[in-house]
Ligand binder design. Sequence first.
Ligand SMILES: Nc1ncnc2c1ncn2[C@@H]1O[C@H](COP(=O)(O)OP(=O)(O)OP(=O)(O)O)[C@@H](O)[C@H]1O
Ligand SMILES: [Mg+2]
Length: 437
Amino acid sequence: MKTKKTNQVFTPSKPSTLIFVERDWKINNQLVDALNTPGKQIVVFGHSGCGKTTLVLNKLNQTYENYIITRCMKGMTFENVILDGFDQLDNFYEESSSSKGLKINPKITLQYNEIKSSISLFEINKTKTKNNISVLPPQLTPQRLGHFFGESNSCWVLEDFHKITGENKTKIAQLMKVFMDMSINYDELKIIAIGAVSTARQVVEYDNELSGRVSEIKVPIMDNDEIEKIINKGEKLLNIHFSKETKDKIIKYSCGSPTICHQICLNICFNELVYQTSKKKIFFDTTHLDLALEKYLEEKTDTLTSTFDKAVKISNGSILNLPKEIIKQALNLKKEFFSFDDLINSKLIRENSVKSEKIINELCTLKRGEFFTYDINSNKYRFNNLFLKNFAFLTFKDEKDELDVAPKRKDLKVIERLLNIIENDINEDYEFYIENL
Ligand SMILES: Nc1ncnc2c1ncn2[C@@H]1O[C@H](COP(=O)(O)OP(=O)(O)OP(=O)(O)O)[C@@H](O)[C@H]1O
Ligand SMILES: [Mg+2]
């Protein structure tokens, strides 16, 4: 058995390659077809951490010769994005084209190098760090950039594109159009924009002219089988074994999030000092899982606190806290999936139904910490994960019992209590009801 490092197998904070699990064939085909269709632009969207980047990178590796990734950051302008792409193409134009087996048109190479020398290194660095730069060398037009990408047989991945805002977004949509038109000359030329949002239009704002030529790919959260496959693949590569009960629990705790699954499995291995493929099979049971969860929560309580605060934030002076009421009612339902109509038992929600509906949808977005996830097929909502759900429960309970503060960060007692109620939740011994505000 080939030895693998544990942190290359379970990779909670980077795209997975060693244990990549194929996604639903429909999404898979949609993406692969779009990649293989010259001129088709691609928008990939879905909740944070659902596996967008992993899916795109794995499919690109299977289908594409070259690609360039630009990671978008808050405050980046259209010009910053263009320069980043231009800068990264350097690899193709720097080494002599023959050494890479690429036949790049010498005229284009010359143009590339001319533009490159007109942007001094200093300027490139400056533009990368400073916001609101709106100057590009005049020769660096979208068409030129298209030629540079096209000649290198590369497509362009714009990661976290939802972070780009305003007119900069519109300009990228125009760039997509240019790339689309230029695909007559270059089959591979395309832009793949990835964003952690719930609609494709929130990623890129494009008009109707472009819409038929953009493939909108929604990556859903994982189902239990997919999560189980991650665990099974990890077991094989590392020569470890999770007991059936442990595996079932990891699946429940993951709530469809591959990120949580990778993190819990990694914690279990690290806690037992399994840093690489074991020579002798190692067995894990729920005691190991409990320790791993404790570690997970110790690291996460800060995030849980800030996500919860984000979710229930209301404008100053407002007395009604509708987001809180919605979360409370959702907890009281004791259902995994619920619809908006399930919540109207609450008088407050009933009387403010338009506003409440708007807020429940906001609760599925980054604006309110993606507290809920929404499934378009069933038109139902659910808590993003059990950790958030029960953290909210604990907070409400403490507020009600008039404990001085809501759960404090890194408070061991909180972690212990949280673990207990999540355990109850998993075993469906949910014994709580929170009174109306
Ligand atoms: N198909 C898959 N098979 C195995 N692991 C996966 C798969 N998809 C995602 N993962 C794992 O899940 C985690 C999140 O994946 P990824 O970064 O691709 O998600 P994302 O949707 O791009 O997240 P973000 O919104 O934060 O950019 C990573 O740890 C990755 O290793
Ligand atoms: Mg990503």
